[in-house]
Ligand binder design. Sequence first.
Ligand code: G6P
Length: 612
Amino acid sequence: MCGIVGYIGDKNVYPILINGLKRLEYRGYDSAGIVMFDSQLNIYKRKGKVIDLENYVSDKNTNGNIGIGHTRWATHGEPNDINAHPHVSMNGKFSLVHNGIIENYLDLKKDLGNHGIKFHSDTDSEVLVNLIEYFYEQDEDVTAEMAVRLALSKVVGAYGIVVICKEEENKLIAARKGSPLVIGIGRGEYFLASDASPIVEHTKQVVYLNDFDVAIIEKDSLTLKNIENTPVPISIKEVDLHIGEMEKGEFEHFMLKEIFEQPKTIEDTFRGRINPDQTEIVLGGLLDIFPKILEAERIIILGCGTSWHAGLIGEYLIEEYAQIPVEVEYASEFRYRNPVITERDVIIAISQSGETADTLAALAMAKEKSALILGICNVVGSSITRETVAGVYTHAGMEIGVASTKAFSAQVTVLTLLSLKLAKAKEKISAELYGSLIKELAEIPEKIKTILVTHPHIKKIAEKYQEANSALYLGRGYLFPVALEGALKLKEISYIHAEGYAAGEMKHGPIALVDNNLPVMVVAPRDSYYEKIVSNIQEVKARNGNIIAVVSEGDSRLKEMVDDVLEIPKSHPAVSPLLAIIPLQLLAYYIAVLRGCNVDQPRNLAKSVTVE
Ligand code: G6P
């Protein structure tokens, strides 16, 4: 949700900023801007993509060795040139890029207005930069850094900011509360960004800012303190991120690349976590805390979007095998109600980015109520991984397509491992079943490959349904969350209205929608629900609905009954979500491409939602 970059050193700042913004574009892409210091602050901003900014800047002065940039996902004020960042204070002394929301910006704006300060944009960020300048101008002893700290002490809300002051042009000032910021450490130079992706091509040494940290960055020095001016120790980490992960390679879109990566993703997720004779699951991150998880009276899984869907599969798995009661909650709801949480509860936050604001806030609330808080995250070093007591990394590699695909598979893999590990430790599962499920899981990557090669067939089906206005996705058991996730993929990237439903609930509402214009995607492999779902299919057929069914290979009975089939290899039901989701991801992808949609950057969405 908004991407921030910054640089200070001896190099020309412009290519570093523009390339950095391209790397971060998945976080927001409605407008972009940069400011560079070259005896004055040169600011360029444009509505649209980073490429629009680049074209606009092509004939401008791009000199300078210090600068900041921003790619925006609008919260306050529509996407246009004026609301784009960087923002400049009224007297032109400060420029700022901001990610987050200043909740009390209207009050602050009114106060500043009473002091004669004029605003040009509708943004909360312009208020903040003017507040900084206001404090700076109160007294000549106030430095830029002091002004930033004073301003932030008045702010209610979330921010990741980088500030540049025209009168102290040899430094960048960065601060964080709630919105991530990473500082890359080079030789005689520093890089700043919302995540490590624009930094790793320059340096792998990074410092993650914590909430309330303020960083004062000069070419040769980095100072960390908090907003009360107390020094904060600097902890340098090494990032394990490779440039190849951030390139599309031979694929047309990141989303397609990430769908095709899933066999490897799943292998990476369980690599080193299953011992060679497949009798033991090792989740290193949970080692110390595992006895406490075993004692849990209840597990509460928190997440948003796709991660919430993975959580639902986790609920089914953990209850089925480990017999521990599980609840799955939307973090955005959980944080604002008054849930009953006790110290015997174990909270597991699932998040690809590890930065989702609602998930972080829900975790903080659970922590306050003394529950044990754990995380299942993809991004190493992200806020959730730092806020939780322990956790498991999904190791899916960097996911850039806004619609999550491989991260989902990795999350489900971790949840499968966790449920089996809990089941074994609680002696709720037989050795045979335990062994056979591990074996089934280990076979999934190869099975996914056999689905991926059917992509031309899936593309043909996409051609047939590309004009649909609406679609219904049905599934039962483990495949109900898969239906939800399939529908989410379609709506996110093709803008076709799609609903996922538990197949058994269809007759309580959605069946009213069925006619010969409505594609109904039914996830119907041969499992214990098979006969039930066949009945649902018949109910849809009796009302002239078009059915595309995900079926087990060789299922001639359903082939006869439905309009189109997407075959997946046979598997145990507990691991079937990892197979059934693949054709649905591809179907959504091809439909979106055929409709001319921007698959990797769907309208209005952002990859990492760091505002509530
Ligand atoms: C956004 C993304 C989704 C993601 C959700 C939760 O909406 O577009 O793909 O599932 O946030 O994100 P998280 O990083 O917490 O998994």
